[in-house]
Design a protein around this ligand. Structure first.
Ligand code: ADP
Ligand code: MG
Length: 678
């Protein structure tokens, strides 16, 4: 085990307490963690232009010899300008640096440098502004660029990084066996650390990145799979596969889709095993996950086992309660709704009835699995729309009671490979097709100039008795954005929507107030709901037939798809109008995708391709540990490799006990919350 590598960063020469504190801002405490501060980009100092033919107002890399330096000039309060004249033989150019006396004094006349910076031209000739540079004797023409913080310059980080690399070189180590490296064509670890920071070519940098990204995904997968294996304990709720529910399925008001049938079968099979189910049910908005949940509840109830269904909000809980009791009560299965707004007395009565088993299915928010709710035999826990839940929370739930079966329902379609990564600790069922006869939501993208026409269209629908959503982006949830949303709403009420009942809904409102506004909208008391993305989560108002999305460029494709899923839920033809004044190529492309595609999985693939995973998930966390290098959108190839390799490693060494895996294990523990991995 390398030791120096895990020493505090102050053990590096030139790193004192002040600098260590700056590194702390990035979570860097040890030398090893510094090495994992990977470059966010590189600067290529290979230069092929001369001062004479440098592109004006563009960034250029020039090879320059300093001819003369002027004294730094204090121009005004706190602004010091340093200037030097340099040449490459074709022409002179003035180097201009601001507030950087320290770096300036180290520039030496008669030395040659490669300088990279924006070149401008004025009356007196050409200038290169605040260039970054290397000495012409420097071997590395490709220099790393790091995320920096006040007082930490790129040169400091580069110098510290070089020292850290030499520490590592003194204690070489490798986490993967020769055979694994060969099998997946991966470069050695030491080489990769050197070449991610100081690559000799862009090809080397890419190879290094591939290896390090593989390692990170591998550790993630190892953690996930260890958790998955740990969850394979005995359940106290093994059900009887001979129990029949075909009468229930026949009694549903519709014929199940093929995917619904498949998912139901997978779930019922899980319920009949010795080990608890840990399954994700993934399906687009409106794909009919609730019916599948109802089947699971019915099967459990007939096995004498209680189920709990948890929704993220009270509104959704009420909605689920209505649907589930509609399906189940006719078959004598008792469903109750347990929410925070119940009076104490009602609550006590409900608790009593849950604990003596009078209710088979309990619907509510998170409160329903808290300590004070006692069940007679809670054997199935279903959570809806929970991709916002972290892995750690899922693991915590797994530790509860005598290991009930767990089903997580998510309406966020994500590409399959990504699902494998994020839900690596779960089995997955997918409902990919929508029930027959669903009318797709017609989607139009327009510019702000067409806003009035768009609202004409909205008013026509309102006149027909429909309702509408207008969504404004409030991504930061900041006061100023809140102000913008509020004034937008006020304005709309006065102009485009004058005479209609309009209400505002946003995330900063109190839960009770939100619920009231939502309830009024659902009851048809409000015509138009002007809202932020708080409506994103599965609210079902079948009479709403049009949704207008302002500043559509600020939403991700998947997010727009979720929003669009708020309409088209009833028998009415529905529309989605995207308003944006952004005319960038990317935005046009995205609007085109939204107007032409309706399949959530296809859209999510596109979304992931166009934006990184960070953006892909929007505000919603994916609940994974933060990644340093492995972009979740990085190639499916690496993800699949990492998954496969993790499975192979754990087959031989299920909890990473062998000494050859000690380093991997340490990093897996580092990546996850400590208690997850034993
Ligand atoms: P999800 O929770 O996946 O968004 P829901 O379960 O709320 O979807 O179902 C959406 C609507 O589709 C509900 O009104 C439901 O009754 C209906 N539905 C579900 N399955 C089918 C089916 N197989 N055929 C027709 N309609 C269905
Ligand atoms: Mg739903």
């Amino acid at each position: 085990m390398p030791e120096m590598l895990f020493n505090g960063i102050e053990t590096l020469k030139g790193v004192g307490p002040a600098k260590a504190e700056k590194y702390q801002k990035f979570g860097i405490k040890s030398v090893y963690e510094l090495l994992c501060h990977f470059p966010k980009n590189y600067l290529d100092f290979h230069c092929n232009v001369t001062v004479r033919n440098a592109m004006i107002n563009e960034y250029n890399c020039l090879k320059l010899k300093i001819k003369s330096k002027s004294k730094p000039q204090a121009v005004r309060d706190r602004l010091v300008v340093c200037k030097a004249v340099a040449t490459d033989g074709t022409d002179d150019i003035t180097i201009v640096m601001f507030n950087n006396v320290y770096a300036f004094q180290y520039l030496r006349t008669d030395y040659e440098y490669y300088m990279y910076g924006k070149v401008t031209e004025n009356l007196f000739g050409k200038e290169i502004n605040s260039p970054v540079y290397i000495h012409s004797g420097e071997k590395n023409f490709i220099q790393p660029i790091y995320k920096l913080t006040q007082g930490l310059t790129v040169n400091m980080v580069r110098a510290d990084m070089k020292q850290a690399l030499s520490v590592m070189k003194n204690e070489p180590f490798e986490t993967l066996s020769e055979s694994i490296m060969e099998k997946y064509s991966l470069c050695p670890l030491m080489w990769s650390f050197e070449n991610i920071h100081f690559p000799d070519s862009s090809v080397s940098a890419e190879k290094a990145r591939r290896r390090l990204a593989f390692d990170e995904l591998l550790k993630l997968q190892l953690g996930m799979l260890i958790m998955k294996n740990r969850a394979r304990v005995r359940t106290g709720f093994k059900m009887d596969s001979s129990i029949k529910i075909s009468d229930f399925i026949k009694g549903l008001p519709f014929e199940l889709t093929a995917d619904q049938k498949k998912a139901s079968l997978e779930i019922v099979n899980d319920l009949c095993r010795d080990t608890p189910m840990n399954r994700l049910l993934q399906g687009d908005v409106g794909s009919g996950k609730t019916a599948v949940a109802a089947i699971a509840c019915c099967f459990s109830a007939r096995n004498g086992i209680q189920s709990a269904l948890m929704a993220p909000t009270e509104i959704l809980a009420v909605q689920h309660f209505r649907t589930l009791s509609g399906f189940l009560e006719p078959f004598g299965i008792k469903v109750c709704l347990l929410t925070g707004s119940l009076k104490n007395k009602e609550k006590t009565i409900l608790h009593e009835k849950i604990s003596n088993g009078e209710y088979d299915v309990v619907v509510g928010t998170h409160a329903i699995i808290q300590k004070d709710v006692k069940y007679k035999s809670l054997g199935l826990v279903i959570t809806d729309e929970q991709h916002r839940f972290g892995v750690a929370q899922r693991a915590a739930l797994a530790e509860k009671g005598n290991t009930p079966h767990k089903l997580v329902m998510s309406a966020t379609p994500i590409p399959r490979t990504l699902a494998l990564i994020i839900y690596g600790d779960l089995d997955i069922s997918v409902i990919a097709q929508l029930p027959k006869g669903r009318k797709p939501v017609k989607t139009y993208a327009v510019t702000g100039k067409m806003r009035h026409r768009a609202f004409n269209f909205v008013r026509e629908r309102l006149a027909e008795g429909r309702q509408a959503y207008v969504v404004c982006p409030m991504i930061e949830e900041s006061e100023s954005e809140l102000f913008a949303v509020k004034s937008y709403a006020e304005n709309a009420m006065k102009c485009d929507l004058a005479g209609y009942k309009t209400e505002l809904l946003h995330g900063k409102m109190k839960p009770a107030e939100k619920d009231r506004v939502m309830q009024d909208f659902r009851d048809g008391k409000t015509d138009v709901l002007i809202c932020t993305t708080v409506v994103e989560v599965g609210v079902d108002v079948p009479n709403a037939a049009v949704i207008v999305i302002e500043n559509a460029e600020r939403f991700g494709l998947s997010q727009i798809h979720q929003l669009r899923g708020r309409v088209g839920r009833g028998q009415f033809e529905s529309s989605c109008i995207l308003i944006t004044d952004n005319t960038s190529e990317e935005c046009l492309q995205r609007m085109k995708i939204m107007s032409s595609k309706t399949d959530g999985f296809e859209i999510s693939e596109e979304d992931l391709k166009m934006r990184g995973p960070g953006d892909f998930f929007g505000n919603a966390q994916h609940g994974l540990p933060p990644m340093k290098i492995a972009d979740l959108s990085c190639s499916n190839e690496i993800m699949n490799m990492a998954r496969k390799c993790a499975e192979e490693i754990l087959t031989d060494d299920p909890i990473l006990e062998e000494s050859c895996h000690s380093f991997l294990k340490m990093d897996v523990i580092r990546l996850f919350d400590k208690d997850i991995i034993g």
